[in-house]
Each structure stands twice: as structure tokens, then as C-alpha cells.
Write a protein that binds this ligand. Structure first.
Ligand SMILES: Cc1cc2nc3c(=O)[nH]c(=O)nc-3n(C[C@H](O)[C@H](O)[C@H](O)COP(=O)(O)OP(=O)(O)OC[C@H]3O[C@@H](n4cnc5c(N)ncnc54)[C@H](O)[C@@H]3O)c2cc1C
Length: 374
């Protein structure tokens, strides 16, 4: 059997770039194509949360923990990732949320997640910037943060040199066995093509929607914002009690005792996640829109809600919002074959499509790339 020598990766997001890293580490030559001058899809628009806390017990938690290990290892070689083992605090606003956090802290895998239940005083001791009224919190030591706007260029800088060709502004418009053609007409022959085209389901990927349909892959749109720098340090990432309604780790009896969400949060499927960037600003979100066609504008009611929640936790007005944006990711549906955590299929001989990691894509990308090469 001939060994794979040359790999073409399509898509400069975190999945494509982590596949490029994994391929170079295994000694393959890599040609990496991206249709934009700089990738600016979901991978640049996210929180940069390497999020272990909310993962479902079993395979999902295992994938996230392995990815967390790989991120930490990479960070020793690529300081530009901005990796911080900051942990997270999921904060309870009332007794019902606190009871659910207690159940989570008693899970058999709580130790792997680094869970510790904290009373209000301990919440403030761990994260003194949280000066609002809280009923308690769940510390997750395994959670970490990277800087999403820096990760991709930092990884490409690490890869730069012989054996790695980064070709920006090249849209792949044709796919054949073991080859792709970009819009300039150039063909790129190789031993294996890895398509990491994210939430783009038109163009060349449009031919393969049948494969995606098997895993019920769908697209989700989220609203985000970023403030001016906060004077205080937010020592951990922060999640509010609404996050307990969405993450599978909290699918415990106490979830059914939670009071209804506020109508705005329910309508927008909102939760507050808040991460301090390296420059002191706060990235905050998010909402979840599933019905296409997606809105092309952003909704201020959701932002008002998220701002109120953040101010309630911080006990102070947040700095001025400087940026707002929306992002779209693709995710395998709840009925995905074999409960897949993402989608991988060989759509042509020697052409593999990898997409659909959903809201865990930034977290899990290094481990997903590792699995592709396994
Ligand atoms: C707002 C938001 C917040 C999130 N927060 C988190 C988080 O904190 N933690 C977490 O784990 N996950 C998070 N996620 C999910 C995560 O960001 C995604 O799962 C992940 O970034 C997907 O990476 P990707 O490389 O598949 O897609 P993308 O980043 O979208 O990259 C795909 C790339 O392919 C390129 N491309 C497409 N078609 C072609 C073509 N024909 N030719 C050449 N190039 C092409 C696109 O231009 C794009 O750059 C979040 C997502 C969003 C939207």
C-alpha cells in the first residue's frame, strides 16, 4: 500500500487548520486553500471557549478532554493561541439553579471535569469581578480559553515553511477523485483531500448534501457582541443559569425543576457566556436561530437581555459595546447516525468531508483532526 504523501485541505477555519497541523505532524505535505483573504467564519467569531464543562458524559466528554489536552500541548509551541487554563464558573441566580449545579457536582465524572460547587463567598473569592447577587456557582477547572481572532494566523505561522502551502483567496469550485480545482483554474492533485468548508452548504459542497442529510446536519446562527475593556480582571469564563438548559451535562432531574426562562431568552434561545479577551474586553453572547433563511440583521432585544444578565452578575454596568456580529456553524442533528459528534464522510474516492461539530467545534477541532488521521 502506498503511503499518503500530499494532502489538500480546503477551508481555513479551525477544523481545516487543525487538520493541516495534524497532517504536518505526521510528515505529510499540505496545500491549504481558503476562499477568503483570511478565514472569518465561525472559527474567528466564537468565544474561544475550550469548553469541557457542559459535555455529555461518555464519548462527547472524552473528545473534549482529549482536545483540551491537545490545545494545551500546542500552546507550549504556539503562544499566539492565547491559551489560558482559566476554568469557568457557571453561576446560579436562584435555588433551583443551585440544586441543579449540586447534582452536576455529584456526577461520577465530576472529577474529570474539575467540578467544584461554590457558595456565594467562594464564587467571589475565585472571580472577584462577580460582585452581583448569586446563589452559588459551579467551578469547572478543565475549561480553558483561546483567542479566536488570533488562533488561525498563529497556527499558520507555526506551520509556515517547507511542506506547507497556504493559498488564500482560492475558492474550490470543482472536486474530482484525489483532486480539487480552484477558481483560477489550477488543479491540486493529492493523495487525500480534506474538505473543512464549515457551514457553507452551497457551491461544491452542494453536491454532497445527501451525505450531510444522513447525520441531519443543520446550520445554526448566533448573535455575539464585544465590549470595550473592563477595568477588572475576569479570572474565569462565566456562564449564567440559562446555559444549564442547553448543555447535555445538565440533563439531570433538577433541570425539570427550573423556572421558565424569561420570554426574550426563550424566544432567542439565549444564554449568557462571557469571556474576557487578552486586551480586557468582554466577548458576550449568545442566541440560537435554527430556521432558514436566517435574519440578515441583529436583534437588539437579545442584546438587551444579555447585557442585563451580565450586569446582574458583575454588579456594575458593562463597558460600552464596541462590536456586534452574528456567526453560523453547522451541527449534526440530534438524530445523527451512531450519535455522531460531527460528520465525516468520503464523498469521492480520496475526498473526505469533515463538518458539523456544532457549538463544540473550537473545543474539539484538534481531537477531530486526530481522529481523521486515525
Ligand atoms: C458565534 C459562535 C460562537 C461559538 N463559540 C464556540 C466556543 O466558544 N467554543 C467552541 O468549541 N465552539 C464554538 N463555536 C463553534 C465553532 O466556532 C465551530 O464549530 C467551528 O469554528 C467550525 O470550524 P470550521 O473550520 O468547520 O468552520 P469555519 O470556521 O466556518 O471555516 C470554514 C472555512 O471554509 C472556507 N470555505 C468554504 N467553502 C470553501 C471553498 N469552496 N473553497 C475554499 N474555502 C472554502 C470558508 O471561507 C471558511 O473560512 C461557536 C460558533 C459560533 C458561530
Amino acid at each position: 500500500m502506498r503511503l499518503t504523501q500530499r494532502i489538500v485541505v480546503v477551508g481555513g477555519g479551525v477544523l481545516g487548520t487543525m487538520h493541516a497541523v495534524a497532517a504536518r505532524r505526521r510528515g505529510y505535505e499540505v496545500v491549504h486553500l481558503e476562499r477568503e483573504a483570511e478565514a472569518r467564519g465561525a472559527s474567528a467569531r466564537n468565544f474561544g471557549l475550550v469548553w469541557v464543562s457542559g459535555r455529555r458524559a461518555g464519548a462527547e466528554l472524552g473528545l473534549a478532554l482529549r482536545a483540551r489536552e491537545l490545545w494545551e500541548g500546542l500552546a507550549t509551541e504556539v503562544p499566539g493561541l492565547g491559551f489560558r487554563a482559566a476554568g469557568s464558573l457557571t453561576v446560579a441566580a436562584d435555588d433551583a439553579e443551585l440544586r441543579l449545579l449540586k447534582e452536576a457536582a455529584a456526577l461520577p465524572d465530576a472529577k474529570q471535569r474539575g467540578f467544584e460547587l461554590l457558595d456565594p463567598g467562594a464564587v467571589r473569592a475565585v472571580n472577584p469581578a462577580l460582585r452581583g447577587e448569586v446563589a452559588g456557582g459551579l467551578l469547572c477547572r478543565a475549561d480553558a480559553i483561546v483567542e479566536p481572532r488570533r488562533v488561525l494566523p498563529a497556527l499558520r505561522g507555526y506551520l509556515a515553511g517547507d511542506g506547507y502551502d497556504w493559498l488564500a483567496d482560492r475558492e474550490v469550485t470543482e472536486i474530482a477523485p484525489n483532486a480539487v480545482r480552484d477558481h483560477t483554474g489550477a488543479w491540486h492533485q493529492c493523495d487525500l483531500v480534506i474538505l473543512c468548508t464549515g457551514a457553507v452548504f452551497t457551491g461544491v459542497v452542494g453536491r454532497y448534501l445527501g451525505y450531510l442529510a444522513r447525520d441531519g446536519v443543520r446550520r445554526v446562527r448566533l448573535q455575539m457582541m464585544q465590549t470595550a475593556p473592563l477595568a477588572q480582571q475576569l479570572t474565569t469564563a462565566v456562564a449564567d443559569g440559562d446555559s444549564l438548559r442547553y448543555y447535555p451535562a445538565y440533563d439531570l432531574p433538577g433541570r425539570h425543576q427550573l423556572p421558565p426562562q424569561s420570554p426574550v431568552a426563550e424566544q432567542a434561545r439565549a444564554q449568557l457566556l462571557m469571556v474576557q479577551r487578552a486586551d480586557g474586553s468582554l466577548t458576550m453572547g449568545d442566541t440560537h436561530e435554527y430556521g432558514e433563511p436566517f435574519a440578515f440583521d441583529v436583534d437588539e432585544d437579545s442584546y438587551d437581555h444579555l447585557r442585563d444578565r451580565a450586569e446582574a452578575l458583575l454588579g456594575t454596568p458593562i463597558p460600552r459595546v464596541q462590536r456586534r456580529w452574528a456567526g453560523v456553524y453547522s451541527e449534526v442533528g440530534p438524530a445523527a447516525a451512531d450519535h455522531s459528534l460531527y460528520h465525516r464522510s468520503e464523498v469521492e474516492p480520496g475526498v473526505v468531508l469533515v463538518t458539523g461539530p456544532g457549538g463544540r467545534g473550537m473545543t474539539c477541532a484538534p481531537a477531530i483532526a486526530e481522529e481523521t488521521f486515525r
